[in-house]
Write a protein that binds this ligand. Structure first.
Ligand SMILES: Cc1ncc(COP(=O)(O)O)c(C=O)c1O
Length: 397
């Protein structure tokens, strides 16, 4: 039988997924003619340097020991214990039984949503937001509603009353990422308490995306729902080795959930990945065994790079560059910009600086650009000089 005229399509939620506007810009770079100025790529959220050599060594040694077989669904006991110890040291009372190892932070978000979201469920989140946080619940058939952050006194800030009003009876879950990608916004413990109390009253699940919790510029870690919640609260924390240990390519993360969810999490992991690779889990153990000093040193460097980027960008006419409280991004607004994808393309082509367009983070991000400062001082300084020259050549109208 002929299939002429028949377009093979996936289910509607998949067909409706948007492509990444960040990739649209990064793919344009490959087509640029050489003008002697290689583009400075600051579009993706990852460190320029690879993970520490002792982390790579641990993975290599595990491979040499032939640690290449399935592990338990929830991960190696030694890694679950190391994660629980790490969290306890940060004031989050978590036992290893509540930790499930995942193959990345994004997989942890998917697993949490697969456990919690039914088609038609109402899910609330704060925007601008990392696109995966809106797209994953949508992919599972949820209807996603956003509460916008605002620029106030030079900082991204949340209208807490507006968020609480959006969390009305019947809402299935709220997804909170803080420190946030792309804004660097962070939530304080009082706001967390108010949200937790409200969600307890209404039976709403909180999914806390804590992937940037260690990249926090005021303390060793950002305020955490895990520090104030009870073990049985409807709270799932998702986390990752990608950012604090620069292990994006290792694809390793974890979930902390109430004890009653853990057998279900094990099954959902079984039907997604079955387990994270054993030798990668050994790399995770090595990262945690090194203690807090390497993370602290890296966050100190990021703080300086944040200041450099914010100061330089903020000095440019037409740019407002809020100082990120955490994370690895400067998310700045450009006066008169109504098409951030076009602006990001032009900055790449004309100024050879690769930034993520604000629209990639939802309509609330339009008019902004995201610069990842997890780089080196000279590169950030050069990128800011190029942006300044571009803005001078194209002053805001
Ligand atoms: C907010 C947020 N959550 C989760 C992740 C997932 O990171 P990974 O899948 O590399 O662990 C990212 C990555 O950029 C992120 O920005």
């Amino acid at each position: 039988m002929s299939s002429a005229g028949f377009a093979a399509l996936p289910r509607a939620a998949v067909a409706g997924l948007r492509g990444s506007a960040i990739r649209e810009v990064s793919e344009l770079a490959a087509t640029l003619p050489d003008d002697g100025r290689p583009p400075i790529p600051l579009w993706f959220g990852e460190a320029q340097a690879p993970a520490a050599t002792y982390i790579a060594e641990a993975a290599r040694a595990a491979l040499e020991r032939a640690e290449v077989f399935y592990t338990p669904n929830l991960g190696l006991p030694a890694l679950r214990e190391a994660i629980a110890r790490e969290l306890l040291a940060l004031g989050r009372p978590v036992t290893p039984e509540r930790v499930g190892v995942t193959s990345s932070g994004v997989s942890a978000v998917m697993l949490a949503c697969q456990m919690m979201v039914e088609p038609g469920d109402r899910v609330v989140m704060i925007a601008p937001s990392w696109p995966n946080l809106t797209q994953i619940p949508s992919l599972l058939g949820a209807s996603v509603e956003t509460v916008p952050l605002h620029l106030r006194d030079g900082l991204w800030s949340l209208d807490l009353d507006r968020l609480l009003a959006a969390l009305r009876p019947g809402t299935r879950m709220v997804l909170i990422n803080a420190p946030a990608n792309p804004t660097g916004w962070c939530i304080d413990a009082d706001a967390q308490r108010a949200i937790l109390d409200h969600c307890r009253r209404l039976g709403i699940w909180i999914i806390a995306d804590d992937v940037y919790e260690r990249l926090y510029f005021a303390a060793d870690a950002a305020p955490s729902f895990l520090a104030i919640a009870d073990t049985q609260d409807r709270l799932i924390s998702v986390n990752s080795f990608s950012k604090a240990w620069s292990m994006t390519g290792y694809r390793l993360g974890w979930i902390v959930a109430p004890p009653s969810l853990m057998p279900h999490l094990a099954r959902v992991i079984e039907y997604n990945t079955s387990c994270a690779p054993a030798f990668v889990q050994q790399a995770g153990i090595a990262a945690l065994d090194a203690g807090p000093a390497p993370v602290r040193a890296m966050v100190g460097r990021y703080r300086d790079l944040r200041d450099l980027a914010c100061d330089r960008l903020g000095a440019i006419d037409g740019i407002a560059a809020p100082r990120a409280e955490g994370g690895m991004y400067c998310f700045f607004s450009v006066a008169g910009c109504t098409d951030s994808l076009d602006l990001a393309r032009r900055l790449l082509v004309e100024a050879r600086v690769g930034l993520a367009p604000g629209i990639a983070f939802g309509p609330e991000g339009e008019g902004c650009l995201r610069l990842c400062f997890a780089s080196e001082e000279a590169r950030i300084a050069e990128a800011c000089d190029r942006i300044a020259d571009f803005m001078q050549a194209h002053p805001p109208r």
